[in-house]
Design a protein around this ligand. Sequence first.
Ligand code: ATP
Length: 217
Amino acid sequence: MTTPHRHIVVFGGTFDPIHHGHLRSAIELKELLGADELRLMPSHRPPLRGEPGASSQQRLTMVQAAVEGEPGLRVDDRELGRDAASYTVESLRDLRAELGEAVTLTMVVGSDAYARLQHWQQWSSLLDYAHLLVLERADYPLEAAPEVAMAMNARRVSHVADLASEPAGKFASVRLRQLPISATDIRERVACGRSIRYLLPDVVAAHIARWGLYQTK
Ligand code: ATP
């Protein structure tokens, strides 16, 4: 019997702030893939978004606090160390160099991000380093630009479990039960003085209050 290779899953995002929608999906993805570890990877300056409401360091601290004590959930802060815009392809290239060729690496993106994948730096090279798994979100159907759809369909596997048999290079999508929580709504609630309790971990809400984040729209 061959020993199964390690399987590392990377879940990137702004996490401004991290909330229970992200965290439930992270745990369910890890279980579904039978992965050894899921790394939440906050992005420094999202090239396709405006400036986030909290600083990089504050977002990192909130993500670290949120996953503390949860086995198998880790934080990968490599993108926050960069001065320039952070590109996923560079992070995956670095991760592959660190992990070696045999480890299975899966990058998860939401279907909202997938719909804009054609604008990502070297999007077609992502599969050189990792599998791409699209998390189908309720309000965002699985749609992509024609060139992206063509490239990904050629690499598609029908079952998510099939990703584990190779280190990289495949595409899959998955629909999980999702909590209808968004960071935008949380920021707006804070700005209006409404409660954010139960939308995110108490420890994260405490940081938001202590630092006075998201007070203005
Ligand atoms: P914003 O409202 O600021 O756009 P967000 O809540 O969508 O933020 P991001 O940091 O942009 O959060 O998301 C990181 C990743 O998590 C993306 O792939 C996104 O699709 C996914 N995601 C966001 N909210 C949820 C949710 N409620 N359930 C599952 N996945 C989510």
